[in-house]
Design a protein around this ligand. Structure first.
Ligand code: B3K
Ligand code: ZN
Length: 861
């Protein structure tokens, strides 16, 4: 396979002014006729090269004249016509087979409907086309299909015609007034129910909102619709962006490689990211649906109206849109809780990626398969980069920059540099050094020293920055980043000269000293309020400082982070000493008794995740996941015993008596109750009776899963088996709940989970072709069950590898994605060789898909 480089970008030789697409959908095959109005864009005689994969070409004509076979050539991935005029109409007819398309890219069948996924390069599986994001065209789409099998026929834009045809067939004609790249094309044909609502834009234009689902799921659409309306309003209020069509469709499909897709006015969603009801959706699920609906909606501007020049610029739309959806969630709910969740995710996943063999800049320089670059670096680190601009420039200037960006580049395909340019224009600042964030991989490390002089009441803070991952290569220089810092003095945040307690200082040099005067006694610095830059800090504050920050800082992230760090340091201590343990328990008890709001309290009381602990361990040497698990379990036991009475009391106190709703208050109470339930499992006071009771009386999935987790992870064999069986019997009709049931078993922290997962692959509820099932079962074991996955005999590695090998031809994207836990193999004390061996087994396969090839090659390199 060929590597594609960012530096080789060339503007397209031809542009497409308009494309007329005609789909004739029949059982077993679909015929696609395309008419392209093409214009030579770069003077010369370049041949016309169109992308096309797995297409059966039936005819090709230019300006109405059929071409002879000698006039063109077809390769597995292109159609080349050597001589074409400067302006012409190209007509092609191809045949495709959606029924046998298992890659879930292009046009494919899922359950009873046909749908598409074109980003990044799926359109070439539909027709011959310059399938690149910088070719923007007007799309007219005609769909014909059987009236009964496919009563619903959808594409982008407006329905401009429809009618009944002979032979029980019918037709719909869609026209999208906005020029778009091919990756935003979508088509849906099937037998779907429609739930409809209306949104009136701020200038008074009504927009029809329609959600299409299987008939059985009709009652599960309300939450997505409400989320959509809130997103539409928010984008008007915060960015001044008003929806630009009269119709907005969301379609739910069961077989989908990722969460959702922002096709122009026809978003296609994984059912797991749109359907909601108390019985099938957890509290976290409700929040996830809201944020994904918002994310896809926000793409209508950041992505669709202003799109990417090439796929190296993916973060232009993804980083910005993740930032936008995070701000939306913060405005709708708790800003502190959202920030804490996002930072925990970034540290557990993106930091690991950035420290491993697949590390890449936010704007990658090369790839073999672009599908492999929908990563936490492009998305989440990309969003952090945008957040830093927001912090550096301030909300108001940033907002002006965003407006300038949307106005200047409307209807264009642009670059990350263009985005920063817009921020420069709005702010009048030079952001050239800041741009390094787009080209430098690796997590920067800040080394800090504080120096307090009581006589002069002066505090000097020296910060050195380095980037261990990139070393000292000559083109690598220091990064420009904001440090939002505060000083806690005598138990309270000090007021800075600005009048606020936070000072935003800018780091630009390898080493800088910041001086603070009027500091009455030795301060404890709070360095990264709101996690103002995606970095690691060394040394960590010591325990005494952490206690001060936990108790007295006014930033929710800093308080949470101090608690995480405190627990982590205790678990990492080489010798357990009673004194520091009781000091920790004392601090833990203070948080329990504090007046933090319930959701934040739960976040603060949940011990750092094993992934985060692993990332910390990797900074010091090899990671021993088994020892991390044991240490964490030991601390949980200690906490459980010390507060045994409180946990029982909390379990009763935080019972929600009102009917289920995913409100902040109820979610917070359930989180505290389930935390109590978890700790109760570590006391020998009761025989998990509380969990049986919780399951039996639950009116929602969140409670049921918490109860089931207690019984499955901590119960006797009999209790576990009974719970597993009962849960399935109760919920086997609901595919999404069955997925949660698979995950419950796959994440049981026990060696046996490997055998359980292996067996469940033969369960009628499992389906190899369905990505949600693969992720819920095998993906959950590999990604969320370190004990099983890193089992000493390597059975976890083998199981994952067998799965990847089994699906890699059918669904290359899923297969490559699932490999990710193995790609971190160099980090682990256990199993380095076993993991490498499995990767080599994959590498040795003939006929490896491009996606999997790239991951394995870069990992083993
Ligand atoms: N843009 C899509 C992701 C497409 C992934 C293609 N392999 C969803 C999103 O980020 O909104
Ligand atoms: Zn996105």
């Amino acid at each position: 396979p060929q590597t594609i480089f960012r530096k080789d970008y060339r503007a397209p030789d031809f542009s497409v002014e308009q494309i007329d697409l005609y789909f004739d959908i029949r059982a077993g095959y679909t015929t696609v006729r395309a008419t392209l109005d093409m214009v030579r864009a770069v003077p010369g005689h370049a041949p016309l090269v169109l992308d096309g994969v797995e297409l059966v070409l039936e005819s090709v004509a230019i300006d109405g004249v059929s071409l002879a076979e000698s006039d063109y050539s077809v390769t597995p991935e292109t159609l080349v016509i050597s001589k074409v005029p400067d302006r012409f109409k190209l007509e092609t007819q191809v045949r495709i087979a959606p029924e046998t398309n298992t890659s879930l890219e292009g046009l494919y069948r899922s359950q009873s409907s046909y749908s598409t996924q074109c980003e990044a390069e799926g359109f070439r599986k539909i027709t011959y086309y310059p399938d690149r994001p910088d070719v923007l065209a007007l799309f007219n789409v005609t769909i014909e299909a059987d009236r009964e099998a496919c009563p619903v026929l959808l594409s982008n834009g407006n329905l401009i015609d429809s009618g009944v045809l002979d032979n029980r067939r019918h037709r719909a004609v869609w026209q999208d007034p906005w020029p778009k790249p091919s990756y935003l094309f979508a088509l849906v044909a099937g037998d779907l129910a429609c739930v409809e609502d209306t949104f009136v834009t701020r200038s008074g234009k009504p927009v029809a909102l329609r959600v299409y689902v299987e008939e059985k799921d009709r009652d599960f659409c309300a939450h997505a619709i409400e989320s959509l309306k809130r997103s539409m309003r928010w984008d008007e209020e915060v960015y001044g962006l008003e929806y630009d069509l009269e119709l907005f469709n969301i379609v739910a499909v069961d077989d989908f490689n990722m969460g959702a897709m922002e096709n122009k006015s026809l978003n296609i969603f994984n059912t797991s990211c749109v359907l909601a009801s108390p019985d099938i959706t957890t509290d976290a699920g409700y929040q996830r649906i809201e944020s994904i609906v918002a994310h896809e909606y926000f793409h209508n501007f950041s992505g669709n109206r202003v799109t990417c020049r090439d796929w190296f610029q993916l973060s232009l739309k993804e980083g910005f849109t993740v930032f936008r959806d995070a701000e939306f969630t913060s405005d709708m709910h708790s800003r502190g809780v959202k920030r804490v969740e996002d930072v925990a995710f970034l540290r557990a996943h993106q930091f690991a990626e950035d420290a491993g063999p697949l590390a890449h800049p936010v704007r990658p320089d090369s790839f073999i398969e672009i599908s492999n670059f929908y990563t936490t670096t492009v998305y989440e680190k990309g969003a952090e980069v945008v957040r830093m601009l927001h912090t550096l420039l301030g909300a108001e200037v940033f907002q002006r920059g965003a407006t300038h960006y949307f106005e200047t580049y409307d209807g264009q395909a642009v670059t990350c540099d263009d985005f920063v340019d817009a921020m420069e224009v709005a702010s009048g600042r030079d952001l050239s050094q800041f741009r390094r964030w787009y080209s430098q991989p690796g997590t920067p490390l800040l080394t800090v020293t504080g120096d307090y002089d009581g006589d002069s009441s002066r505090y000097r803070l020296t910060v050195e920055q380095s980037n261990p991952a990139v070393g000292v290569a000559s083109e690598v220089g220091p990064l420009h980043m904001p440090l939002a810092l505060g000083l806690v003095v005598d138990g309270a945040p000090m007021t800075m000269p600005s009048g606020a307690t936070t000072a935003v200082v800018e780091l630009t040099e390898p080493r800088q000293t910041f001086v603070f005067d009027g500091v009455e006694s030795e301060p404890v610095p709070a360095l990264l309020r709101g996690f103002s830059a995606p970095v690691r800090v060394s040394p960590e504050p010591d325990i005494d400082q952490l206690r001060v920050l936990m108790a007295a800082d006014d930033d929710p992230f800093v308080r949470w982070d101090a608690a995480q760090s405190y627990a982590a340091q205790l678990m990492e201590a080489t010798v357990a000493d009673d004194e520091s343990e009781s000091a920790f328990l004392d601090a833990y008890g203070q948080v329990m008794a504090s007046d933090l709001d319930p959701a934040m309290k739960a976040q603060t009381l949940i011990l750092p995740s094993e992934d985060y602990l692993a990332d910390r361990a990797a900074q010091r040497g090899l990671v021993d996941v088994h020892s991390i698990h044991e240490r964490r379990e030991r601390l949980k036991q200690m906490i459980a015993r010390s507060f045994a009475e409180e946990w029982s009391e909390w379990f009763a106190r935080y019972a929600v008596t009102a009917a289920y709703e995913p409100s902040a208050e109820q979610i917070g109470h359930r989180a505290l109750r389930h935390l109590a339930a978890d700790y109760l499992c570590y006391t020998d006071a009761i025989d998990l009776e509380f969990a049986e009771h919780l399951y039996a009386h639950a009116d929602n999935l969140t409670d049921r899963l918490a109860a089931a987790r207690c019984l499955i992870n901590h119960g006797s064999d009999l209790q576990r088996e009974r719970m597993v069986e009962r849960f399935y019997e109760d919920w086997k009709q609901q595919a999404l709940v069955v997925n949660a049931w698979l995950s419950l078993q796959a994440t049981r922290p026990h060696d046996d989970a490997v055998e359980t997962v292996a067996q469940l692959r033969n369960h009628p509820a499992f389906d190899w072709r369905n990505p949600n099932k693969l992720r819920s079962l095998v993906g959950a074991m590999a990604g969320r069950n370190a004990i099983a996955f890193h089992r000493a005999d390597g059975a976890g590695y083998t199981l994952l590898t067998d799965t990847v090998i089994a699906i890699q031809k059918a669904n290359p994207q899923m297969a490559a994605g699932m490999l990710s836990p193995l790609t971190r193999f160099r980090r682990y004390a256990h199993g380095v060789d076993l993991m490498r061996g499995q990767l080599e087994r994959v590498a040795a396969i003939d006929d490896l898909s491009r996606d999997v090839f790239e991951v394995v090659q870069r990992t083993l390199d």
